[in-house]
Design a protein around this ligand. Structure first.
Ligand code: C2E
Ligand code: MG
Ligand code: MG
Length: 741
């Protein structure tokens, strides 16, 4: 056998030697026994070798398991440490050292209590003492533990164990619970916040309500049970249109949130304003998982804002805007007037003898009067106008957008001023007293930023003193010219009202003649002959008559007188076939019974209706085209004919014109005047003539003054003329004489 110099050999050698020593002295072994011994030895050696190998394996396994254990111990997810009964660290794993932020070597024999935050040291001490007393009983505690300059939260599970020398030790498992502690804290905060003043509603991504807080149920009046599973559409008040909600969701989806004022409905049906913030909650992949809506009921705040505004801008006694609000609105009105180029007016109203009412009947009565005056003033103006109280018995009214024309604006302001005077002159019922009072009114006009606001108010105030000086219960303008213009107009108006009764109107006739010299008729033109004013031209009194409604009786008179004249002319060969054209104004034509009036007049005069022609302008037609067509059709049925006056000066659409049953088209004199002067107008005249013939209408030119004009018209197909060339507007006598009667 080749014995190798193994470890086992080395171990066996001394043993063999020993056998040798023993064998040399007592007995010399025989070769047989020697062999047997060797055999035994060999078997023993093999056995030993095997045992040794097992031992080696066992040792390696032990070593590996030790290492595993060590790794598990050192790098366990929790810290392990062991304390002596004196509280010193005698053993600590790497995790614990890392948690404490200190080298392990510095921690050995270090008192553990030194690592505990001062606020927790008492609790630790008690637990430590307690834990050492009871073996096998696990105690745990949550502590704040210092680390560097900061701290962390730890949970300690402590178990008393006995050391080899039977002294008690404390084995501690140390877990960092900072994160869960923070999460818990946040949850606690969130729970408190959720139950805060604001109403909070959480929905899922499909907008179904998952949770609401107490404040939310308080605000809406619904219980949580009633809301969960519903959609927020339940709260819709109908106050906002679909576009509002579309914009809101578009904003949430684009930016992740939306906030704004929204009007919702409570369970009891009440609609209230709330301030709503909606935030989309997204998961880590960016998908929306929830929506959180928080809302505050702002109805109370709104109401108090309103109240503050009311106090700041309104007079508490009359609830009218105060001086401050008036100034504000006046500023805006000036800006508006700059754009629209329309005049506005300030009316300064002061009650006459208000002081004596206060003195005699007391301030309470004075207050009641002021309230009633406020109401009456409100009733005198349009919705957009401002009636304000300046204090005491002074009121200022601001009228806006009166007219582009200063005189017209003045007239309108005066009309309202007079309406106010009439209204404030009516008796007031002050509890048991009937009381009468009058106002004095000062007026000034405004446009642009021509004058400062305060200057305007001062002007109205000065004008009001002018009214007082003129005997009270009247109105005055600040501007002298305006005052004069308004006064003159008022006088004209007063005279006009009597003109009809006093027989001051006359009819004039202006001949209408064909190209062959035959007179086919005349236009009837109204004249006002005033004893002092002399002849008043129609453009001065007809618009005024329209405005004050006098055009109705006047127009009727013109028709009656014209028809009576036609009747008289029936007996003369020269006049029997003449047709008279009467101008009809818009207001007159749009009276609901206009056709009846005309029929009645025709019946009464018993003339043939085809002797009468009505003339009106394009603008009249388009005020109400259906009504116009209906009226024209009715009158045409009985034989009355129609002519469009001043054609070419309006903005008629040809499509509309073609629908209307006009017989004749009258080219406006401005175009006739420019024949041969302005090429454009010459072309217009030609075009109008062509158009009339295409529409199957007669054509007549008015204002024909020269032979050139007439010749041009004739050349282009217009064969009837009216104008100074043919004959001026004449009185009846002159006209009849010109016809040879
Ligand atoms: P209109 O109906 O266009 O009348 C034609 C006007 O032109 C008349 O002025 C007439 O005198 C004037 N005229 C006629 N030929 C010539 C001319 O060759 N040269 C010049 N420069 N002027 C000429 P008038 O009489 O002053 O009437 C003005 C307007 O008053 C009329 O315009 C008509 O719109 C209105 N009007 C007249 N009478 C009445 C009436 O009885 N009722 C209504 N509602 N309006 C009337
Ligand atoms: Mg006319
Ligand atoms: Mg005309």
């Amino acid at each position: 056998m080749n014995s190798k110099p193994t470890k086992l050999n080395r171990q066996l050698k001394p043993r063999i030697g020993a056998v040798d020593r023993r064998a040399r002295t007592p007995v010399e072994p025989s070769s047989h026994s020697m062999e047997k011994l060797l055999h035994e030895l060999r078997a023993h050696q093999i056995e030993l070798e095997m045992q040794n190998e097992e031992l080696q394996h066992a040792r390696a396994a032990l070593e590996a398991s030790h290492n595993r254990y060590l790794n598990l111990y050192e790098f366990a997810p929790v810290g392990y440490l062991t304390l002596t009964p004196e509280g010193k660290i005698i053993e600590i794993n790497l995790t614990a050292a890392a948690l404490l932020g200190v080298q392990r070597s510095s921690l050995i024999n270090h008192p553990f209590a030194n690592l505990i935050a001062p606020q927790d040291s008492d609790r630790w001490y008690l637990l430590f003492k307690n834990a050492l007393k009871h073996e096998g009983e696990q105690k745990n505690i949550e502590l704040t533990i210092k680390r560097d300059d900061s701290h962390f939260y730890a949970r300690l599970d402590c178990l008393r164990v006995m050391s080899d020398d039977q002294s008690p030790m404390l084995r501690i498992t140390l877990t960092d619970i900072t994160e869960s502690k923070h999460a818990e804290e946040e949850l606690r905060i969130a729970a408190v916040a959720f139950e805060a003043q604001e109403g909070i509603m959480i929905t899922n991504a499909d907008n179904l309500i998952l949770r609401v807080n107490r404040a939310f149920t308080d605000i809406t009046g619904y219980s949580a049970e009633e809301l969960i599973g519903q959609t927020p559409r339940l709260f819709k008040s109908g106050y906002h249109d679909e576009a509002f909600y579309t914009d809101m969701w578009e904003c949430i989806n684009r930016t992740g949130s939306w906030q704004g004022e929204i009007w919702d409905q409570r369970k009891n049906g009440e609609i209230y304003p709330k301030w709503l913030t909606i935030t989309a909650v997204k998961d880590s992949t960016g998908n929306i998982t929830h929506y959180v809506g928080s809302q505050t009921d702002i109805s109370v705040r709104k109401a108090s804002e309103e109240e503050i505004k009311q106090l700041a801008y309104y007079d508490p006694l009359t609830a009218l805007p105060n001086r401050r609000l008036l100034l504000d609105r006046l500023q805006q009105a000036l800006a508006t007037s700059t754009r629209s180029k329309k005049y506005g007016a300030l009316l300064f109203i002061d009650l006459d003898n208000f002081k004596s009412l206060n003195d005699h009947l007391g301030h309470d009565m004075g207050d009641v009067l002021l309230q009633q005056v406020a109401q009456r003033l409100m009733d005198c103006v349009r919705k957009g106008d401002t009636v304000s109280r300046q204090g005491g018995d002074e009121f200022v009214i601001m009228l806006e957008e009166l007219s582009k024309n200063i005189k017209e604006a003045a007239v309108k302001a005066k009309t309202i001023g007079e309406k106010i005077i009439i209204s404030l002159n009516q008796a007031y019922q002050l509890t048991s007293h009937e009381y009468r009072n009058t106002p004095s009114i000062g007026i000034t006009l405004f446009i642009n930023h021509q004058h400062e606001i305060n200057t305007l108010l001062k002007r109205a105030d000065i004008a009001m003193y002018g009214a007082k000086a003129a005997g009270r219960n009247t109105l005055r303008f600040f501007d002298q010219d305006m005052q004069e213009a308004v006064t003159a107009r008022a006088a004209l108006e007063a005279d006009l009202r009597f003109a009809l009764i006093k027989n001051q109107f006359k009819l004039y006739f202006q001949r209408q003649t064909r190209h062959d010299g035959q007179t086919v008729g005349a236009e009837v033109l109204l004249r006002w002959e005033h004893p002092e004013r002399g002849f008043v031209p129609p453009h001065e009194f007809i618009p005024l008559a329209e405005e004050i409604g006098l055009i109705m009786p006047v127009g009727q008179w013109v028709l009656e007188d014209t028809c009576a004249q036609l009747k008289r002319w029936e007996s003369h060969a020269q006049t029997r076939d003449l047709q008279l054209a009467v101008n009809v104004s818009a207001r007159q034509f749009h009276q609901p019974d206009f056709t009846e009036q005309v029929c009645a007049i025709l019946n009464k005069s018993a003339i043939k209706a085809d002797r009468l022609k009505l003339e009106f302008t394009e603008s009249l037609v388009f005020d109400d085209i259906d009504d116009t067509i209906a009226k024209m059709e009715r009158l045409k049925e009985i034989g009355v004919s129609f002519s469009i006056d001043d054609f070419g000066t309006g903005y008629s659409s040809l499509a509309c014109l073609a629908q209307l049953p006009f017989d004749q088209l009258k080219i406006d004199q401005s175009f006739v005047h420019n024949i041969g002067v302005k090429p454009a107008d010459t072309v217009i005249v030609q075009t109008i003539i062509g158009m009339a013939s295409n529409l199957g209408m007669d054509i007549i030119a008015e204002g024909v003054e020269t032979e050139e004009q007439r010749a041009f018209l004739e050349l282009h197909g217009c064969l009837t003329y009216q104008g100074n060339l043919i004959g001026k507007a004449m009185s009846l006598e002159e006209f009849e004489r010109s016809l040879g009667i």
